[in-house]
Design a protein around this ligand. Structure first.
Ligand SMILES: [Zn+2]
Length: 428
């Protein structure tokens, strides 16, 4: 009798479980591709100076694009971005794979890296729907470095406001060396979100617009966040009929490299790319036939470039970045401090450990550029002159807050499994 009631209970739980899963599945028509603009609004609200910084940044980007086009400097250069994928999942037993499980398989992660390389490479035989002659190879490639799997009991995260929390659960690997992608279950029916780069250096001209502390805080969450059900392709964790080819990540990484939605986030707005036609609004639709859409902006009738990765179209309809988008991404990689450092470090091939500290002397936040051979993990800690550890080990961090340390000489020790390097710095 006891066995029978246990069986009944198990059956009941199974039925309830199935019901819960089907409720959790949001119909495609109610999904919103991207929360980057919403997340950015919240960031600007917390730091209003950011808005002015952005306008200044935009001028710098436009200048850099003009320079690049005029000089053709690095026009055919291929840049490879190392990627760290953080999986935040609810599997206490660490079970990997299967429907409704954010602890996705290595194969699903690998499929997303494949998609990124196809989409940014515009390689022959790629999965695009249109074969528009405006589509270019962006000269950007991606290489998976590692997958970090972390259990967390929280059932879902907000793409607009939980970036800090995700970065606490699974800390970013140095955001001046890696593209960090957090994959988890998102709420609010969003597929993904991204942190826009800041390109302006903090100089006397931009004083008051940002602080070293803002910069250090931004560095902790710099990356993209994607719901596991839209990450990669050909997996039973992917449930959507229209967002099923991994292009949510292509889109979000586009933002991470400074691209703006092709309708400019307002009716007939601008994305600062002349070769993407002005569009009245986003192409948010379940139409997988990719039926042409037209806009009338300022009296001009144009066909929307719904095949552009920076629209909201179904994955199957997306197939291109334009040359101006390519130039913009490269300009941003040259101007944004962390992106530029990432590019610089990606070209180093030595077997030595390299550590640079700045500013030195330092008052508030000490930044470090660390190169470890073969993408080895590192820890950083700080010792005083007596050899006492005053700041404990931080994993793969680009910044440390030192403003509570008495002024004097300190030692910054970087350690990997096989190498150690210590650098001296001064606290004022
Ligand atoms: Zn977007």
């Amino acid at each position: 009798m006891k066995n029978r009631s246990n069986r009944l209970l198990a059956l009941l739980l199974m039925v309830l479980g199935t019901a819960a899963i089907s409720i959790a599945q949001v119909p495609d028509a109610e999904l919103t591709r991207c929360a980057s603009t919403e997340r950015d609004s919240l960031r600007v609200l917390k730091n209003p100076a950011l808005l002015r910084l952005r306008q200044h940044s935009e001028e710098l980007i436009q200048n850099q694009v003009r320079l690049r086009k005029a000089s053709r400097i690095n026009a055919d250069e291929i840049i490879t971005i190392p990627v760290v994928v953080h999986l935040i999942h609810g599997q206490e037993n660490q079970r990997i794979g299967g429907a409704n499980n954010a602890n996705i398989t290595d194969a699903q992660v690998a499929s997303q890296i494949e998609v990124l390389n196809e989409d940014y490479g515009n390689t022959s035989g790629y999965k695009g729907f249109y074969t528009d002659s405006l589509g270019v190879d962006t000269g950007i490639r991606f290489k998976l470095v590692t997958i970090v799997r972390t259990y967390n009991a929280k059932s879902q995260f907000s793409p607009v406001s939980d970036a800090d929390e995700l970065a606490e659960i699974s800390p970013a690997w140095s955001t001046n060396r890696y593209l960090n992608i957090w994959v988890c279950r998102l709420n609010d029916r969003y597929l993904g979100t991204s942190q826009f780069p800041i390109v302006t250096k903090i100089t006397s001209q931009t004083a008051g617009l940002g602080t070293e502390e803002d910069e250090a805080k931004d560095a902790l969450t710099d990356g993209v966040i994607i719901d596991f059900r839209y990450f990669g392709r050909n997996s039973d964790a992917i449930t959507s009929r229209i967002y099923n080819l991994g292009r949510t990540t292509t889109h979000e990484v586009g933002h991470w490299l400074g691209l703006i939605h092709i309708w400019g986030d307002q009716n007939c707005g601008t994305d600062y790319c002349a070769d993407t036609p002005t569009a009245f609004t986003k192409n948010e639709t379940t139409d997988t036939d990719c039926t042409p859409v037209f806009s009338n902006c300022r009296g001009v009738n144009t066909r929307n470039m719904i095949e552009n990765y920076m629209d909201y179209s179904p994955d199957i309809c997306m197939s291109m970045f334009t040359n101006d988008q390519k130039e913009r991404m490269h300009a941003v990689m040259e101007l944004s401090k962390r992106r530029a450092k990432l590019v610089e470090l990606s070209k180093i091939t030595t077997e030595e450990l390299i550590v640079n500290l700045y500013p030195n002397p330092v008052q508030e936040v000490l930044f470090s550029d660390v190169y470890t051979p073969n993408f080895e993990v590192f820890t950083a800690s700080v010792y005083n002159q007596k050899g006492q550890k005053v700041i404990g080990e931080a994993l793969n961090r680009t910044s440390l807050n030192v403003k509570n340390l008495p002024s004097g000489i300190y030692f910054y020790k970087v350690q990997t499994a096989s190498r150690t390097l210590t650098k001296r710095f001064y606290v004022r």
